[in-house]
Design a protein around this ligand. Structure first.
Ligand SMILES: [Zn+2]
Length: 263
C-alpha cells in the first residue's frame, strides 16, 4: 500500500544517493504555463492550436507556421518565473543528491531556477532554441523572434533558406534517441525516483517509472490526477506541487528552510 506520509518520504530522500526527478506540465502550471493536454488545456479549448504542434501541418501549411511564430512571440514562457516546486529540485541538487532531472517541459524553468544544464534532460526539446528543419542549424529563439517582430512572418534559415521551427518535439516527429537513452539509463541508475506533474501516458519516457522500480528504486508519484503507475509506487501524492515539494526536498528537521522555500 502506497504511503502519503510526508515525513516518511523526507526520510527516504535523506538517505537516497542518486535521486532522479521526472517532471511534466504540472510543475509549471503554478508559473502560469498552461497544461496543453489537461482538462483546461490549450489544445482541449482550441483545436487550431494543436495543428501548430503537429509537424505534418507545420511543414505543409505556411499559415500554420505564421500562426506558430505569433504563438511563440506571445508565449507565457518568456515572462514565467520558476515557482517553489522548481526551487525545491534545485535544493536537491545543492544537497548533492540529484543524479538527473528528466523533463517533458520545454519552458527552461528548471535551468532558470538554478539547476545546472548538465543535469537536465529535455526529452521534448526546448522552446529557447530554433532549429532549421533542412540543414540542422540551431540558434537562440529570441534572435529569430526579433526577425518576426520586424515583419518576417515565417523567417527562413539564413544559411540555407530552409524552414525554421522551435527546437521542440512536435507531434509526428521522432524523439532524439540519444536523449531518450540518457533518460532511461538514468532511471535504471537511481535509488529514488520522483515523478512530478506528469500523467505518465507519453512513451517511452513514462517507462522511466517501471524501469526505476524494477532496478530497485523507491518510486514517489506526485500528480493531480491518477497515473497508470500509482499501483507500483511507494508513495502517491495528489496535492499542490508548489506546496508539498519544498517540504519533501528539505531535510527533516530544517523547518525554517522549508518555510523559506515554500514562501
Ligand atoms: Zn538551414
Amino acid at each position: 500500500m502506497a504511503t502519503t506520509d510526508i515525513q516518511t518520504i523526507q526520510r527516504w530522500i535523506d538517505t537516497a544517493k542518486h535521486v532522479v526527478v521526472l517532471t511534466g506540465a504540472g510543475i509549471s502550471t503554478d508559473s502560469g504555463i498552461p497544461d496543453f493536454r489537461g482538462p483546461q488545456g490549450v489544445w482541449t479549448r482550441n483545436p487550431a492550436a494543436e495543428k501548430m504542434s503537429d509537424i505534418h501541418y507545420y511543414v505543409t501549411d505556411s499559415e500554420v507556421r505564421k500562426a506558430a511564430w505569433q504563438a511563440r512571440l506571445h508565449s507565457p514562457a518568456w515572462t514565467a518565473k520558476p515557482n517553489a516546486g522548481h526551487r525545491a529540485i534545485v535544493e536537491l541538487e545543492r544537497r548533492g543528491k540529484l543524479h538527473a532531472l528528466i523533463t517533458q517541459n520545454i519552458d527552461g524553468l528548471h535551468q532558470q531556477a538554478g539547476n545546472s544544464a548538465a543535469r537536465v534532460i529535455e526529452v521534448h526539446g526546448t522552446l529557447h532554441s530554433v532549429v532549421c528543419l533542412d540543414c540542422g542549424w540551431k540558434g537562440p529563439m529570441q534572435e529569430t523572434l526579433d526577425r518576426v517582430r520586424s515583419g518576417e512572418e515565417d523567417p527562413p534559415c539564413r544559411l540555407c533558406r530552409g524552414m525554421l521551427k522551435s527546437d521542440t518535439i512536435s507531434f509526428g516527429q521522432p524523439l532524439v534517441p540519444e536523449v531518450i537513452q540518457r533518460a532511461l539509463t538514468a532511471a535504471q541508475e537511481t535509488d529514488f525516483l520522483l515523478s512530478i506533474g506528469t500523467s505518465l501516458q507519453v512513451y517511452p519516457v513514462a517507462s522511466a517509472v517501471p524501469y526505476a522500480k524494477s532496478a530497485g528504486a523507491l518510486v514517489v508519484i506526485m500528480n493531480a490526477q491518477p497515473t497508470p503507475f500509482d499501483t507500483i509506487a511507494d508513495a502517491v501524492l495528489n496535492g499542490s506541487i508548489s506546496e508539498i515539494l519544498p517540504r519533501l526536498c528539505t531535510p527533516e528537521g530544517c523547518k525554517s528552510d522549508s518555510q523559506g522555500l515554500s514562501e
